[in-house]
Write a protein that binds this ligand. Structure first.
Ligand code: ADP
Ligand code: MG
Length: 245
């Protein structure tokens, strides 16, 4: 049985060797909200995010997507899940030998039987959503870091997902580009009403984009609430994280 969340993590535990990374994570992401997961480097943010579309499976506990348990699904079924819940990887993960247009078309070529002209339209639509109109024929090497982040986002959007998982979307960007990407994440969430989960260690970004903030530390979610509640929290670990930032 599941509750009301669009993405629900229940008592997730995950270790690598002797290292217990997730030690009973509980987190509910509501449909349409932007949830930002904050935490220090190595706290398990990426590992947690990857549980949300089945790229990593838990040792124990469950992940529900729209009421359906995905944590013990076969790989075929997970392929369908990943069309609904797309991930924007930290390193962009674009193919250098392909143009941006080909990179963005790739998920459609792989996962759909859409005719080429429809794919071309969908690629154009995705590029427009991220402000990269007319860039389809560029190669990744010809683009700035910010443009690559946008292209990676367009590739996630092309399947018209219900949820987007962003891993450190502004890492390595200068302040202006960080601001633009943050605004883009917010605009997309409003325009497409897509559920968004954003992992970051950047407090400023979190405050710009979050409807709610979750704080991951010592393998558990220590806090969930609004930005205001987070800033006002009396929790010592939250306090430390804020003053370190
Ligand atoms: N595939 C893996 N194999 C072994 N250890 C891993 C693997 N993935 C993550 N870890 C370990 O899990 C911990 C949390 O990693 P990660 O989720 O990437 O942290 P964060 O994203 O918060 O910086 C780290 O100690 C990391 O070394
Ligand atoms: Mg990470």
């Amino acid at each position: 049985m599941s509750g009301n969340g669009f993405i629900e993590c229940r008592n997730l535990r995950k270790s690598f060797g002797a290292k217990a990374v997730l030690q009973g994570v509980n987190l509910t992401v509501q449909r349409g909200e932007t949830m930002v997961i904050l935490g220090g480097s190595g706290s398990g943010k990426t590992v947690l995010l990857k549980h949300m579309n089945g790229l990593v499976g838990p040792e124990s506990g469950e992940v529900f997507l729209d009421g359906l348990e995905i944590s013990r699904m076969e790989e075929d079924a997970l392929t369908e899940v990943r069309k609904k819940v797309a991930m924007v990887f930290q390193g962009c993960a674009l193919f250098d030998s392909m143009t941006v247009g080909e990179n963005i078309a790739y998920p459609l070529d792989e996962h759909t039987l859409l005719p080429p002209e429809v794919i071309r339209d969908r690629v154009r639509e995705a590029l427009a959503l991220v402000g990269l109109e007319g860039c389809a024929d560029l190669y990744p090497a010809e683009m700035s870091g910010g443009m690559k982040k946008r292209a990676a986002l367009a590739r996630a959007l092309v399947l018209r997902p219900e949820a987007l998982l962003y891993d450190e979307p502004t890492t390595g960007l200068d302040p202006l580009m960080t601001h633009r990407i943050n605004r883009l994440i917010r605009d997309l969430q409003k325009k497409l009403t897509v559920t968004s989960v954003v992992v970051t260690h950047d407090l400023q970004s979190a405050f710009v984009i979050a409807d709610r903030v979750a704080f991951l530390q010592k393998g558990q979610i220590q806090f969930v609430g609004t930005r205001e509640e987070f800033q006002a929290s009396k929790d010592l670990a939250v306090h430390e994280f804020i003053s370190d930032a």
